[in-house]
Design a protein around this ligand. Sequence first.
Ligand SMILES: Nc1nc2c(c(=O)[nH]1)N[C@H]1C(S)=C(S)[C@@H](COP(=O)(O)OP(=O)(O)OC[C@H]3O[C@@H](n4cnc5c(N)ncnc54)[C@H](O)[C@@H]3O)O[C@H]1N2
Ligand code: MOO
Length: 412
Amino acid sequence: MTARQTGAVDMRSVDEHLTEILGSVPVLPTLDLALLEAQGTVLAEPVSAPVPLPPFDNSAMDGYAVVASDVAGATEAEPVVLPVVGDIVAGDPAVSAIRPGLTARIMTGAPMPAGADAVVPVEWTDGGNATVRISRPAPPGNHIRRAGEDVRAGQIVVDAGTRLNAPQIGMIAAVGQARVTVRPRPRVVVVATGDELREPGSQLGHGQIWESNGYMLTAAVGEAGGVGYRQATVVDEPGKVLEMLEDQLVRADAIVTTGGVSMGTKDVVKEVLAGTGTVNFHKVSMRPGKPQGFGLFKGTPVFTLPGNPVSAYVSFQIFVRPALRAMQGLAPDPLPTVTAVLAEDVQSPAGLRHFLRGNLSFDGGTYTVTAAEVQGSHQLGSLASANSLIQVPEEVETLPAGSRVKVMRLPS
Ligand SMILES: Nc1nc2c(c(=O)[nH]1)N[C@H]1C(S)=C(S)[C@@H](COP(=O)(O)OP(=O)(O)OC[C@H]3O[C@@H](n4cnc5c(N)ncnc54)[C@H](O)[C@@H]3O)O[C@H]1N2
Ligand code: MOO
């Protein structure tokens, strides 16, 4: 009997399979990008501040720059009246200094004039132009934002290994840097195989279904920080599959396939890639997602995920998502995980790590999770209405309601 007939591929644990993947995927080379082009990439070289932020002492309020001791006795009944020597607006320090007994009108963000040590907000005054009546005292330092109180000169403001989201992009612009050295978002080509698959929008014949995994996985790549490219479905012909995989190598940092990796006579992905000797196929002790393949095809990581839709999705989250993070130089963290209380009993197969679709809710300081009623790996409906995956460890077969379980939140 052949290995296919006996199913004699080795069985390995989820952790063993993930360890092999993380030990093999290359970290992407760095790129120099304009700041906004770098959104979602991972900083490869730290960015530091060439000057302090704020660069100069400035006003936190629209009001009047004063010498605090001049207004120490100001009250509603006996306001202090001061001559206004000019206006200081942000970007135009028309008045660079004041003396005791004088004031300058000042706007939020405008530099403090030398000699002034407090700002009186306009609400505490009559708002005068030539002279101003000030009816409350302002202590020294009142409403002054000090140079360097946000960021010190030379301080690292965004460290290497940080994903550039909006706050980091704002921070880098704020220290005057227009370009950054980053690891780009991995370009991931997604390939679905199967003679039965038709494009959504077209008519179905008997035995046919609409292709959905390619769409789902391409979207999942984007959610994981990569750029997904969905390929047209490939029919179950080894030559066509190999040709397509080779064609995609020029643009792919990684390839994800779905379907054709189990024990059938048309499991072409396995047939083609096993033949190249670079991708290995295993049974992984998990449900769903048992048949898996991974390897470097001419140096490019290829993940061959199973065809059952929920199996493909769970496999992506457990193996591909951490790998895409590692390729960007990020920690290969799993999806954000919380501990939750099970609302109902669940059963789990012995020896397999079970990922059950669940609905997680947060109420009164506690997470509660309910497993979806149906858990078949073809039942995409219950995945589309779930928000989490409940993890039941390999050695556990029964978990009564009230048990505490680890639950991974799906991207939301
Ligand atoms: N004799 C055995 N049969 C199967 C085993 C096994 O161990 N022994 N494992 C089962 C498990 S578990 C899984 S998971 C599947 C994996 O099969 P394949 O990866 O070879 O996937 P296909 O046979 O191509 O398809 C399975 C199923 O999924 C549908 N499918 C496939 N691609 C798509 C797509 N892009 N969009 C939507 N649906 C898709 C396909 O029509 C099939 O229904 O094997 C079991 N069998
Ligand atoms: O492992 Mo399959 O992935 O259960 O349906």
